[in-house]
Every structure is written in structure tokens, then in C-alpha cells.
Design a protein around this ligand. Structure first.
Ligand code: AP5
Ligand code: MG
Ligand code: ZN
Length: 216
């Protein structure tokens, strides 16, 4: 099963991908996480992508397609992928089709997580992650059980993303509406799209996604 999670910045793609990864033994592939790792490592790719990401624009298709191709090669035996934040353009969707075809596979399901633009700004500006294990938190919606201590690893250092300011979020939303939303039509034409209400709480969204995956 190969699943694409589509949705605007802050919709909960990463949150839900992590849960699905544990529940269904699928491998999460997040181009955003891969790009941030490249920026942190100071690789050539990271230098090319860093400024673009800070402006909230999309990095060129060739760069992210290359990252996905490499990760899929490294995961030859996986039961399937959860694509989180990829594809984001029609060109990327076509490249993904070709990559999966070469494995004898396809995109099986596309779940669109729908959230209002205003709620997204609150979600993103309140978000932080554990600097040690990467667990995601939110100032209002998902605080660590003990303040200042990661639930998962006990770490006490937390990080925020550079592109999580209100101004950059607005740019990321523009990029989503202009370049990524057309993918919904691309996949609808193939009968693969299921929409879930991403305004509900995290558990409820997870249940809805589960139903979307198991239903016809
Ligand atoms: P990327 O890292 O993919 O960011 P994004 O799409 O903007 O999405 P986010 O990661 O911000 O949000 P999310 O949907 O994962 O939400 P989350 O689960 O964290 O991309 C970053 C940049 O990299 C792009 O701008 C671009 O420059 C570049 N890039 C990446 N991929 C690319 C590609 N394919 N092509 C070109 N460029 C690419 O949740 C958000 C917060 O809300 C969290 O705090 C969470 O705890 C909370 N939350 C989640 N669900 C709920 C809920 N149901 N109720 C309340 N709170 C919730
Ligand atoms: Mg994410
Ligand atoms: Zn942690």
C-alpha cells in the first residue's frame, strides 16, 4: 500500500504519517524532513534548498524527486510508503508514478487532510519538536506531559522551524493553493482521493484516515 498524504502546511501530515508508520508498518517519506536534514548537514543540496525553504517557496522538482528515488532504493523490502509532503506539483506526481511503476507498484490511496487557512497559522506558529528525537508538540494542542521534558525520550531541548513564522506560513499557503492543490484533481481522475476533516482532534483524524484506507 502506497499512500499520499496531501494537505496544506500544518494540516497534520507529519503527525498522522508518524502514527500510520507505527500502525501499518509503512515507511514515512517526508521531503521536508529530508531537506531540513540536508540543510543541517550543510550538503550542496542543503545549500541550494535552504534559502528557498526560508522564503516558503517550493524547491525545484529535480531535487526532491532525487531524494525520494534514493529513499525508495534504500527501502527495497518495505510494505509501502506514506508520502508526506510529496508530491507537491504535477511534475512530481508524474515522477512518482514512474518511480513506483519501476517497482511494479502504484499510488493506492490519496488522503487529503482539509483544514481552514486561519487554523493552520495557529497550528504552525505553536509547533515545536524535541531536538533529540524529533517528536512533535504544540503549545496548545499537544504539550509534553511534563513541561519541558519530551514524553518519548526525556530530552529537554526543543526546536522550532525557521519557516514557521506567520509571514512565511502565508507564503507556504500560497504555494500550496497554486501548485499543490491541482494534484487533488489529478488523483481524483484516478478515483484515489478520500478527504478527511483535519479540523477534528488528532485521534479523530487518525480514525478517519484509517477508515479511508480500509474502505473501498
Ligand atoms: P514540509 O516540511 O513538508 O512542510 P509543510 O507542507 O509546510 O507542512 P508542515 O510540515 O508544516 O505541516 P504538517 O502537515 O506536517 O503538520 P504537522 O503534523 O507538523 O515542507 C517545508 C518546506 O520544504 C516547503 O515549504 C518547501 O520549501 C520544501 N519542500 C518540502 N517538500 C517539497 C516538495 N515535495 N517539493 C518542493 N519543495 C518541498 O502539524 C502541525 C502542528 O499542528 C503540530 O504542532 C501538531 O502537533 C499540530 N496538529 C496536528 N494535527 C492536529 C489536529 N488534528 N488538531 C490540532 N493540532 C494538530
Ligand atoms: Mg510536516
Ligand atoms: Zn524526544
Amino acid at each position: 500500500m502506497n499512500l499520499v498524504l496531501l494537505g496544506p502546511p500544518g494540516a497534520g501530515k507529519g503527525t498522522q504519517a508518524k502514527r500510520l508508520q507505527d500502525l501499518r508498518s509503512l515507511v514515512q517519506l517526508s521531503t521536508g524532513d529530508m531537506l531540513r536534514a540536508a540543510v543541517a548537514a550543510g550538503t550542496e543540496l542543503g545549500r541550494k534548498a535552504g534559502d528557498i525553504m526560508e522564503r516558503g517557496e517550493l524547491v525545484p522538482d529535480a531535487l526532491v524527486v532525487g531524494l525520494i528515488a534514493e529513499s525508495m532504493d534504500a527501502e527495497k523490502d518495505s510494505a509501502g510508503f506514506i508520502l508526506d509532503g510529496f508530491p507537491r506539483t504535477i511534475g512530481q506526481a508524474e515522477a512518482l508514478d514512474a518511480l513506483l511503476r519501476s517497482r511494479g507498484e502504484q499510488v493506492d490511496r490519496v488522503v487529503v487532510i482539509e483544514v481552514d487557512d486561519d487554523a493552520l497559522v495557529t497550528r504552525i506558529t505553536g509547533r515545536f519538536t524535541c531536538a533529540t528525537c524529533g517528536e512533535g508538540y504544540h503549545e496548545l494542542f499537544k504539550k509534553p506531559k511534563v513541561e519541558g521534558v519530551c514524553d518519548v525520550c526525556g530530552g529537554t531541548k526543543f526546536a522550532r522551524r525557521k519557516d514557521d513564522t506567520e509571514d512565511v506560513v502565508r507564503e507556504r499557503l500560497k504555494a500550496y493553493h497554486a501548485q499543490t492543490e491541482p494534484l487533488i484533481g489529478y488523483y481524483k481522475a484516478q478515483g484515489k482521493v478520500r478527504a478527511v476533516d483535519g479540523m477534528a482532534d488528532i485521534e479523530t483524524v487518525q480514525k478517519e484516515i484509517d477508515q479511508a484506507l480500509d474502505g473501498a
